[in-house]
Ligand binder design. Structure first.
Ligand code: HSE
Length: 432
């Protein structure tokens, strides 16, 4: 074994960074044996140097991340700061100084992955980011390496634990969104400002990363259609149950039927209880991959948290250190297919639509005509009169598969009918 250690600069020492440092210290001998050289924590860049950090010698702490990256003796930077800047500049500085990078930064990779890959490639360095999507779950490496010989057609997953916790609470307890969010906040699953999670931004960044790798093309955050889950109601869950479904916030990346384009989207959707993703409870993540030769694969586990995310970071660190010793690099960007990303309107899916309608002759025919005019075929219709009368009824229509543009055009036209008093809910149905 080589005795000269590989030196690691840790950028960020929060929930994930402190776990990375702890595992590097406590498992130093095992890591050295697996890598073939000792791996040394050579510096830790933080914003608040006065904070007590157990197990990290004070002399390693610095507030000058740039100087640490440029120091000249660093082999690998582990970036767990998050956000676009200063992470982007620090990572490209690392590459320019012959330093490989392990990052957990989904926002940066989804926004600027192509430039980061190009910089890594130009300087002969590695860029690994297993921790950026679905925490501890091995997913990036299986897609980039294990399935590199297969053709992936679909990646559908629950990639945000906070929202899965909230939806699971709503499902099991009948709670409304606000009540379930309050519980998620009290238990530490949801942040004080939950926008990134509940509005689907976090999941959309992960979808962009997954789609790019799965289809060997470039998919940026802006290419991902996004709807949050704040409008999901207890009534939606009741409707889902009647259909033998539950509701999940899904990230769905698909190759089109003709194989000429791809789509990436995040939105709440009903999925059948028989689908493997329906049984993903609490804050767990799971990703369902459909590949031509492999068939259907499911990856499941904790998608967030200090130790689980650190596990993914450490796996990357071992791989990058091994590459350094072999004077090699791992896989870079694979975007050779250059498949375009189609807009949401071209996605083919099903809708579950709940309408409040006038309960009088001809209304059902009128509603059905609107669907027909937009080329949308109806699968099932259920009408229920209101116990309190009032001349109104609830009409639930489930469609067959149709382009999303046709489905939303249908809803728009339905809203204009005098006999349609309101559209109570619209939910896509997936996973059948
Ligand atoms: N906030 C994310 C989640 C974890 O709830 O899954 C980090 O991506």
């Amino acid at each position: 074994m080589r005795t000269r250690p590989l030196k690691v600069a840790l950028l960020g020492c929060g929930v994930v960074g402190s776990e990375v440092a702890r595992i590097m210290t406590t498992h130093a001998d095992d890591l050295a044996a697996r890598i073939g050289a000792p791996v040394e924590l050579a510096g830790v860049a933080v914003r608040r140097p006065d904070k007590v950090r157990e197990g990290i010698p004070a002399e390693l702490i610095t507030t000058d991340a740039t100087a640490l990256v440029k120091r000249g003796d660093i082999d690998v930077v582990v970036e767990v700061i998050g956000g676009v800047e200063p992470a982007r500049t620090l990572i490209t500085t690392a590459f320019e100084h012959g330093v490989s990078v392990v990052s957990a930064n989904k926002a940066l990779l989804a926004q600027d992955g192509a430039n980061l890959y190009a910089s890594a490639d130009q300087h002969g360095q590695d860029l690994y980011y297993e921790a950026a999507v679905a925490g501890a779950i091995p997913l990036i490496r299986p897609l980039r390496e294990s399935l590199a010989g297969d053709k992936i057609n679909r990646v559908m997953g629950i990639v945000n634990g906070t929202t899965n916790f909230i939806l699971d609470k709503m499902d099991t307890s009948g709670a409304g969104y606000s009540e379930a969010l309050d519980e998620a906040t009290a238990l530490g699953y949801a942040e004080a400002d939950p926008t990134a999670d509940v509005e689907g931004f976090d999941a959309a960044a992960k979808a962009a990363i997954l789609a790019g790798i799965a289809f060997h093309t470039r998919v940026r955050l802006d290419d991902v259609y996004r709807e949050g889950m704040t409008e999901v109601t207890a009534a939606d869950f009741a409707s889902a149950k009647r259909m033998g479904c539950t509701i999940k916030l899904l990230a769905i990346c698909e190759r089109s039927a003709d194989g000429e384009s791809v789509t990436a989207r995040v939105h709440p959707a009903m999925i059948p209880l028989s689908h493997p993703l329906a049984s993903v409870r609490e804050a767990y993540n799971a990703v369902f991959v459909e590949a031509e030769a492999a068939g259907r694969l499911m990856f499941y586990g904790p998608g967030a948290g200090g130790a689980p995310t650190a596990s993914a970071v450490l796996g990357d660190l071992v791989a990058v250190c091994r590459n350094k010793l072999n004077e090699a690099t791992g896989p870079g960007e694979s975007a050779y297919t250059q498949l375009p990303v189609s807009p949401m309107g071209e996605v083919v899916t099903r809708y579950h639509i709940s309408l409040d309608v006038a309960d009088k002759p001809g209304v059902l025919a009128q509603v059905a005509t609107v669907f027909a005019e937009h080329g949308v075929s109806i699968d099932t219709v259920r009408q229920q009169g209101r116990p309190d009368g009032g001349g109104e009824a609830s009409l639930v229509v489930v469609t067959h598969r149709a382009p999303d543009a046709a489905l939303s055009g249908t809803v728009e036209a339905l809203r204009k009918l005098d006999t349609v008093r309101g559209v109570a809910s619209i939910m896509r149905v997936e996973g059948e």
